[in-house]
Design a protein around this ligand. Structure first.
Ligand code: ARG
Length: 588
């Protein structure tokens, strides 16, 4: 179905044509003076230049052509030539019916279905998740859901960091603590135990300990590097131990991400593409792309139009070791082969901007991807504490994600218990749901590239631009609908009548913007557009709710029409929060 703004712009264009000004840009936009009109058109100003005529004259002629319009109930020309517009309530009701009938409420099918890989999360095995990983997971999940909802084929890949020095650190520390383990015995030829020789809590303690030691002790670090090398060159015991670390850690990660309502289609990691690296390196050398520079193998990626220095992309270090970008390039090769993506989207901290610029240029130059493949890096800003500095624990350490979530839950639970007399269990269940909304909305409502302040008090508030406010609105609608049905009525979603009050009309007009909003959020890769929309929609709804007696309305048809508005509002809000990656409780 056509977008509402397109439809009303068509009506306007026809009037401009009929008046003889068909060349003028007569697109209609939402009014920036809502006190005067609902929509506006500045086409007469544009026409004035083309037709050498006073804008007000053009505007007046267009007004005359719109007399009797089924789309506009009011069109007025005001100095110096603006067209102020109001929508006909009948036309609005018809549009809302079409929208409610449409499965996606006006979101059109894409011209071409794209295959998209979203690379997000990116946790490092055996290192606890910290708040820095939160944004990648939260924003990536939403982008994946939006792209899929719009109609594309989307794969979410976690791209585990499972191949680096952290593995060697853990293994070396273990070899000191439990030297008797068969993994460290190079002469061992039997089967290794199926049980891991550590639990997740031990693992979480081992890594920071080992990492701390390696910073102070050169020899310790050298041993850890040696262990990393043994793993990477395929020493049997090290591979078996590595597998245990992965299994224990991944099981824990799965639990953590499930709590965040984040789901990956692929749990691939850096280790999965290591076998592709030698072939890729040969290919880059043979193609004349890669050359030796001070012993290291590099590919130049600078371009003439560069205004800043873009250093070459290093493929192998002088000791022959692969790097972070070597693995990313091999992963691009792997994705190209397996999924033929039209688009690859990466989510990391924006401090990796230059890094991805290099990797993307290198992938293009060396033709690892088709020229048409879009490579997109969404670099997000830092999550800061109220002091404007990166979020820390009270004692100044790196905040673990679990603790942060627990803190928000605690705060939410307090507020929920304050408000109502439900059982403790029920309140806890609700607190879990609302806390997730508070965190995700707090993050996603900011433009991703910006830093933001993680403000627990504000994020958990039931008022203002927050997740809990949106959920509260949905719960309010659910409760009205339940009461309506308890009166023995059947809620209908297509019974829209021409609106009467201003609050009702505002809500109706708001709802028409859904399709265009979703399409923009997708195109701009911008979940914050959805947050802005649902905040406005929730406000429009609550305003309508306060102005309108819904359940005691005596005119049954009118009441049915209100209920249809409620149902469409609820459907849009619920779809949107699902795209943001959270859900609403039944009560709160
Ligand atoms: N593991 C990396 C980190 O913690 C993030 C990985 C991002 N994805 C990628 N394809 N490089 O910084």
């Amino acid at each position: 179905m056509k977008q509402f703004l397109d439809l009303i712009s068509d009506e306007m264009k026809a009037a401009f044509e009929a008046a003889g000004y068909g060349e003028a840009d007569s697109r209609v936009s939402v009014s920036n003076r809502p006190d005067l009109c609902e929509y506006q058109c500045n086409g007469a100003m544009a026409g004035a230049k083309l037709y050498h005529k006073a804008p007000i004259m053009i505007a007046n002629e267009v007004v005359a052509k719109l007399e009797g319009s089924k789309v506009f109930s009011e069109v007025s020309a005001v100095q110096p030539g603006f067209l102020n517009l109001k929508i006909s309530p009948d036309f609005l009701a018809e549009y809302l019916i079409e929208q409610a009938k449409d499965e996606k409420m006006g979101v059109g099918a894409p011209e071409k279905i794209k295959s998209i890989v979203v690379d997000y999360g990116g946790p490092n095995v055996a290192k606890p998740l910290h708040v820095g990983h939160l944004r990648s997971a939260v924003i990536g999940e939403s982008i994946k859901r939006i792209s899929r909802y719009v109609g594309h084929k989307v794969i979410g890949d976690i791209h585990l960091g499972d191949w680096g020095l952290q593995m060697g650190l853990i293994m070396h520390e273990l070899s000191l603590r439990k030297p008797e383990l068969p993994y460290f015995d190079e002469a061992f030829e039997g089967e290794y135990p199926t049980e891991a020789p550590f639990t997740i809590s031990e693992l979480e303690e081992i890594y920071p300990t080992a990492s701390g030691k390696s910073k102070e002790d050169e020899e310790y670090k050298a041993k850890a590097m040696e262990a990393t090398f043994k793993l990477q060159s395929g020493v049997r015991g090290y591979r078996a131990l590595w597998k245990h670390i992965i299994d224990v850690s991944v099981a824990d990660l799965k639990k953590n991400y499930a709590n965040l309502n984040v789901e990956f289609d692929l749990w691939k990691g850096e280790s999965d593409v290591q076998d592709l690296i030698p072939g890729m390196v040969d290919y880059m050398k043979e193609g004349g792309y890669a050359y030796l520079s001070e012993g290291a193998l590099v590919v130049d990626v600078k371009e003439e139009s560069d205004t800043k220095e873009i250093p070459p992309c290093m493929i192998l270090k002088s000791d022959g070791a692969a790097l972070y970008n070597t693995t990313d390039l091999a992963t691009i090769m792997d994705r190209e082969k397996n999924y033929h993506p039209d688009q690859l989207i990466y989510l990391t901290d924006k401090r990796q901007d230059l890094y991805f610029e290099q990797v993307f240029r290198c992938a293009r130059k060396t033709k690892l991807v088709e020229p048409a493949t879009e490579l997109v890096h969404i670099g997000f800003g830092t999550m800061n504490g109220k002091d404007g500095k990166p979020f820390k624990t009270r004692t100044g350490g790196v905040m673990r994600l679990e603790y942060l979530i627990a803190e928000i839950r605690e705060e939410m639970l307090k507020k929920i218990l304050d408000g109502h007399a439900q059982s403790k269990e029920e309140a806890e269940e609700i607190a879990d749901i609302v806390a997730l909304a508070a965190i995700k909305y707090g993050d996603l409502s900011n433009q991703a590239s910006k830093d933001y302040i993680f403000d627990i008090d504000r994020f958990t508030s039931f008022e203002g631009d927050t997740g809990p406010y949106i959920l509260y609105t949905i719960v309010r609608i659910k409760s009205i609908l339940a009461k309506y049905e308890a009166l023995g009525e059947k809620a209908d979603d297509l019974a829209f009548l021409p609106c009467e009050s201003e609050a009702e009309k505002n809500l109706g007009l708001m709802l028409t913007g859904y399709g265009a909003m979703i399409e923009n959020a997708y195109k701009e890769v911008a979940p914050h557009r959805i947050c802005a929309y649902i905040y406005d929609l929730a406000n429009a709804f609550n305003h309508f709710y306060h102005e309108t007696k819904i359940l005691v309305e005596e005119d049954k048809n009118k009441q049915k029409s209100y209920i249809s508005l409620l149902m469409l509002t609820k459907r849009q809000l619920e779809t949107c929060i699902d795209l943001l990656g959270f859900s609403a409780p039944e009560r709160m």
